[in-house]
Design a protein around this ligand. Structure first.
Ligand code: SIN
Length: 266
């Protein structure tokens, strides 16, 4: 296995691994270390069945069916991300529109840790995914601002009401990765609603300031998708956003998800 880091603070290509076959413990450890180091890794030219994708996911935790319900399917842990319609019905979720920065499932009490996306069909233009290194973004904040964020918590909610748990979910604005000890900003414009226990204007001011900071391309790395790609990312130190693509083109990816077994900690 060879790891080729991108020229940004996150993102790396992994060479020499076929994810469709059983892997030895040493390789699995090396892949997880690459995820911790680079936050987002990708393997090109992979051919996997849905069950093989779930088996690969299970090396790093337990693949769990996505909270957003989809049509009954052979491998229920696979979530279809697609704009394709068959007989007038969506075969998957998320359509073709832009998705702004978010960390997967942050509206859940124990949100996503790793997400995996395997590209089956890719449009000729658009649909690129950009990840933000929220560790580097945190590190780049001034000391006073870091101190003023200590102890703050923010509410996270999905815009599809039925997808939210019954209780209101809040998480620390700055979280610490359990395996690396590094701190990251954990707020994003797609799913974070407001900071609790401060007045609405102050919440808006702080979130606006953090979103402008997180929008700095210094912290970003973009993946240009090819059919056969498998991308694995850690949602704890990153957020991601997706560019729109023409609705006349097809984009289809299989996704698996590992949930955290603990709530994010400051
Ligand atoms: C997502 O936000 O989870 C989907 C990313 C993508 O479609 O590239």
């Amino acid at each position: 296995m060879k790891t080729i880091p991108s020229d940004q603070t996150l993102g790396a290509e992994i060479l020499g691994v076929d994810v469709s076959v059983p892997l030895d413990t040493e390789t699995i450890k090396a892949i997880y270390q690459a995820i911790l180091d680079h936050c987002v890794i990708y393997f090109r030219n992979q051919t996997v069945t849905q069950q093989q994708l779930v088996d690969f996911t299970n090396y790093f935790g337990v693949a769990v069916e996505h909270v957003r319900k989809q049509a009954p399917r052979d491998v229920s842990e696979i979530f279809i991300v697609s704009n394709v319609k068959e007989k007038g019905q969506d075969i998957g979720a998320l359509g073709n529109a832009e998705l702004s920065f978010h960390s997967d499932l942050s509206y859940m009490p124990k949100p996503g840790t790793l997400s995996l996306l395997h590209a089956i069909e890719i449009p000729s233009t658009g649909g690129e995914t950009t990840w933000c290194d929220c560790r580097a973004a945190y590190d780049a904040l001034g000391q006073d601002l870091k101190q003023s964020l200590e102890g703050l918590r923010a509410v996270h909610q999905h815009y599809v009401e039925a997808q939210n748990p019954p209780e209101i979910i809040d998480h620390p604005v700055v979280i610490t990765h359990p395996d690396t000890g590094r701190k990251s900003l954990y707020v994003g414009p797609h799913l974070t609603k407001h900071i609790i226990d401060v007045d609405p204007a102050e919440s808006e001011r702080i979130l606006g300031l953090l979103y402008r900071h997180l929008a700095n391309p210094t912290f970003h790395w973009t993946h240009e998708w090819q059919v056969g790609d498998l991308v694995v990312w850690d949602n704890r130190p990153t957020m991601h956003r997706r560019e729109p693509f023409p609705e006349t083109e097809r984009r289809l990816l299989w996704r698996t998800q590992i949930y955290n077994d603990v709530a994010p900690q400051a």
